[in-house]
Unconditional design. Structure first.
Lengths: 180, 156
């Protein structure tokens, strides 16, 4: 009964298991150097990301899903990872200019009305409650593999002071309870 | 149910005898008839701790595994949480009870309010046991084989 992180892309959307959340200048999930976010004259954005916690079929019951950043926070200059304040079961495909800036999430995402600096705010001492698919209090046993969390929306913001090249990795954790 | 990652498992004494995670889930009605619950190591390299609690009449027991999973899929931390609270719930296995928030040496319980009962979690990443309770519950620590035995009980 594996529990994994899925990234959701495209209009469908298509769900893909990820091990890294690669911020890019396109609506794709690959963890490679293509579609880098260009260094902006003032402020630019990666295309927003949609992720969720996903579980195999099985007898377990899930509850209390939260997300937070690992310590220490990544020492990024000119770059900030934001998380949408809202989580949702409604998907909204990322938009922007391929190999240019993504569209800013608060202004353009149907579900997100505010955003928060993820690594500075959500730590093991202050996790963000994500919620379960469908807004239920607990979910399971699962008859088939499915997304168990609501969609979580994230976006990398970069400024003119950002360093060239790939940023160092930050760490993102899920915390949840299982009744089994 | 016992998973590949499990280092401990639960046993529950019911009026019909002992049942365990080997062939039951803790959300089954049989578990709710338990008057004693133990969480024991499965393997020799597991944290050497046992949780043992008597469930007084009129109280409900909740068992959860708290999991901390890296985005890359790796399970980095897990703990076995036992909550006992006075009252009846129609489906306790489906009650979102929350959990401990580990803040250094402080580990406040954030979830189902503790009015008359206790919360305990065996933290498998460091072998420690977090505990929070109403004044009428306490615990002792003794030795059982090579394990620390945490016995939780109601103070009469």
């Amino acid at each position: 009964m594996a529990v994994v992180t899925k990234e959701y892309n495209g209009s469908g959307p298509t769900a893909s298991t990820i091990t890294h959340l690669k911020h890019r200048a396109n609506d794709t999930y690959a963890n490679d150097a293509t579609n880098p976010i260009p260094k902006p004259a003032a402020t630019g954005y990666g295309w927003w990301k949609t992720i969720g916690l996903y579980a195999d079929a099985g007898a377990d019951i899930y509850s209390d899903i939260k997300i937070y950043g690992g310590a220490p926070s990544p020492a990024w200059t000119g770059a900030t990872l934001h998380i949408g304040d809202e989580t949702s079961d409604t998907y909204d495909q990322a938009t922007g200019t391929v190999d240019g800036s993504g569209d800013e999430i608060v202004a353009n995402h149907d579900q997100v009305t505010a955003k928060t600096d993820f690594f500075s705010t959500y730590t093991s001492l202050n996790m963000k409650t994500v919620g379960l698919t469908g807004g239920v209090a607990t979910l399971g046993p699962l008859g088939s593999p499915q997304r168990i969390s609501k969609y979580v929306f994230m976006q990398l913001t970069v400024t003119s002071s950002v360093s060239a090249g790939s940023l160092s990795n930050g760490t993102i954790y899920w915390r949840y309870s299982v009744t089994s | 149910m016992i998973h590949d990652f499990d280092t401990h498992y639960w046993l529950a004494r019911t009026p019909d005898g002992w049942i365990s995670a080997e062939d039951h889930a803790s959300y089954e009605p049989a578990f709710q008839r338990a008057n004693r619950i133990r969480i024991e190591p499965l393997t020799s390299d597991a944290a050497r701790a046992i949780l043992d609690a008597d469930i007084p009449p009129g109280y409900t027991a909740f068992l959860r595994t708290d999991q901390y999973r890296h985005m890359n899929g790796t399970l980095v931390r897990w703990g076995y949480a036992l909550a006992v609270e006075r009252g009846e719930w129609s489906d306790p296995g489906r009650e979102p009870i929350g959990g401990f928030e580990f803040q250094g040496k402080e580990s406040p319980w954030v979830g189902l309010p503790i009015r008359d009962g206790f919360r305990a979690e065996l933290c498998c990443w460091d072998g420690q046991v977090a505990f929070e309770a109403s004044p009428n519950f306490s615990f002792t620590v003794t030795k059982e084989a090579d394990c620390d035995l945490y016995k939780f009980f109601k103070v009469e």
